[in-house]
Design a protein around this ligand. Structure first.
Ligand SMILES: Cc1cc2nc3c(=O)[nH]c(=O)nc-3n(C[C@H](O)[C@H](O)[C@H](O)COP(=O)(O)O)c2cc1C
Length: 190
């Protein structure tokens, strides 16, 4: 059974990206567990804090959850046509100390999805994550793409996904990504 840790890159209570992560977890195929983690409580990266106090607890807890998971699902907002600072900051902390990067991210199946209120659907943010994932040595999954546009219409006031077309795409995305995550756990084919 694949265990996928999911993080959404928004701190907003009514975040559409957090709602999308919950919808993804609900639509994961049988036998796949999506564990929703949070970047809340992660401070701004400060090299002095790192060298004087070490890695903050919120960071090390999330790091260990990701390290022990079979895969990582990143649900990213798009800010100014790129990655949102709060999520990049969290990933930057998660990449410290650098000797842990291989254990946490190395060869880890990682998928991206996201939601915007406008028509872009996080296309540019998702593309902007790719060099970061490459640097971390993650195994980015390119099997499907999911860009949720017009998020205020796709979700209801309680943050429930009500757009059936998106729901279908999301279920397909999760089925394929879960299979990819499972593959990563098999010994390499000879
Ligand atoms: C600083 C800032 C920059 C934004 N830039 C973009 C953008 O480049 N493209 C886009 O489609 N939406 C952009 N938006 C709108 C976001 O898609 C929208 O606020 C969305 O709801 C954020 O995700 P969340 O609901 O998960 O917090 C921006 C919003 C903020 C606050």
């Amino acid at each position: 059974m694949a265990r996928i840790v999911g993080i959404a890159g928004s701190l907003r209570r009514a975040s559409f990206n957090s709602a999308l992560l919950r919808a993804a977890a609900e639509r994961a195929p049988a036998g796949t567990e999506v564990e929703i983690a949070s970047i809340a409580g992660i401070p701004l990266y400060d090299g002095d804090v790192e060298s004087e106090q070490g890695i903050p607890v919120a960071v090390s807890e999330l790091k260990e959850r990701i390290a022990s998971a079979d895969a990582l699902l990143i649900v990213t907002p798009e800010y100014n046509n790129s990655v949102p600072g709060v999520l990049k900051n969290a990933v930057d902390w998660l990449s410290r100390p650098s000797k842990d990067v291989a254990r946490v991210f190395g060869d880890k199946p990682v998928a991206l999805m996201g939601a915007t209120t406008g028509m872009g659907g996080t296309r540019l943010a998702q593309n902007a994550w790719l060099p970061v994932l490459r640097t971390l040595g993650a195994r980015a999954w390119f099997g499907k793409q999911l860009y949720v546009t017009g998020a205020a219409q796709a979700f209801d006031a309680e943050g429930k996904l009500v757009d059936e077309k998106v729901a279908k795409l999301l279920a397909e995305f999760m089925a394929k990504f879960a299979a990819f995550a499972d593959e990563g756990r098999s010994p390499p084919a000879r």
